[in-house]
Design a protein around this ligand. Structure first.
Ligand SMILES: *[C@@H]1O[C@H](CO)[C@@H](O)[C@H](O)[C@H]1NC(C)=O
Ligand SMILES: *[C@@H]1O[C@H](CO)[C@@H](O)[C@H](O)[C@H]1NC(C)=O
Ligand SMILES: *[C@@H]1O[C@H](CO)[C@@H](O)[C@H](O)[C@H]1NC(C)=O
Length: 255
């Protein structure tokens, strides 16, 4: 019973393997048949590089986010793999609408839209290079890889385009802030100068008026001198008079 069962199990396994092999052979032999009746059978297409995904088409987008500055060249890098010949299509979607950029069939044709005619280069792995980007090139880039058997793969790359002017603006803003600070300091300094000058002027005028007053007093005294001939000195309140005169007149008095 037991060895018989084992035999039967092995038989089932062998049968399955045979069936699989047969199916595989049938599939393999079936593959070239549709290309045979085609009117222009491509002799040696550099189609899919490696059949990494036997069940269809796969697409790898290593960098789904690209930051670029105006006038830069950008590489929208992808890598696809599929069994048959694939058609690759790139579209740009932005606030201005959807534009078809390029559509090509590996080794067959390349159809670049007129808008992108001399700005786009296609690569064998599905990537495209976009030269001299502008602000309008910002947005979403959709890539579709269509296999002849009907399976598709999709990828998206977001591109941000910055104007270099923004950096300049930043610099200008910093410079402006610096200049504003300097001018504020200068204004403060000037205000202080003005204040101290006013103070100085006030003091000087005060002194001047004092001096003027003194001059006037002297003038009065001098004029008084002229009138009475008593006081020769400028000193208005001369106390010398009495004692000196006494001393002077003493000998005369004594005599
Ligand atoms: C692009 O810039 C954004 C911020 O603006 C940042 O988050 C992102 O990491 C940048 N991407 C690359 C690839 O440098
Ligand atoms: C695709 O090919 C281009 C040009 O050979 C290369 O620069 C880029 O890195 C490739 N992309 C990937 C994802 O390998
Ligand atoms: C190329 O594109 C134009 C317009 O988009 C279209 O009329 C033409 O059929 C395309 N050619 C191929 C070979 O796909």
């Amino acid at each position: 019973m037991r060895p018989l069962q084992g035999c039967r199990g092995r038989g089932v396994v062998v049968g399955t393997v045979t069936l699989c092999l047969a199916a595989g052979w049938a599939l393999q032999s079936k593959c070239p048949t549709p290309s045979l009746p085609a009117p222009l059978p491509p002799p040696a297409l550099p189609s899919c590089s490696s059949p990494r995904s036997p069940g269809g088409v796969s697409l790898v987008v290593p960098q789904p986010n690209i930051n670029a500055t105006v006038a830069q060249n950008i590489l929208l890098s992808v890598e696809y793999s599929c069994r048959g010949v694939a058609t690759i299509e790139w579209k740009h979607v932005s606030s201005w609408g959807t534009t078809s950029i390029v559509e090509w069939r590996s080794g067959n044709y390349v159809n670049i839209s007129t808008v992108y005619k001399d700005r786009v280069t296609t690569f064998e792995n599905g990537s495209i290079q976009l030269r001299n980007v502008g602000m309008r090139d910002a947005g979403y880039y959709f890539v579709t890889v269509m296999e002849e058997h009907g399976t598709n793969a999709y990828g998206t790359i977001v591109v941000n385009v910055y104007e270099i002017i923004y950096e300049d603006l930043h610099f200008v803003a910093v410079l402006f802030a610096f200049l504003a600070a300097v001018s504020a300091i200068l204004i403060c300094f000037m205000w202080l100068c003005n204040k101290s000058l006013h103070l100085f002027q006030k003091k000087t005028t005060h002194k001047l008026t004092e001096l003027k007053r003194a001059d006037i007093r002297e003038d009065i005294i001098i004029s008084l001198d002229d009138n009475h001939g008593v006081y020769r000195r400028k000193t208005p309140m001369c106390k010398c008079g009495a004692t000196d005169l006494d001393n002077l007149s003493a000998p005369f008095k004594r005599i």
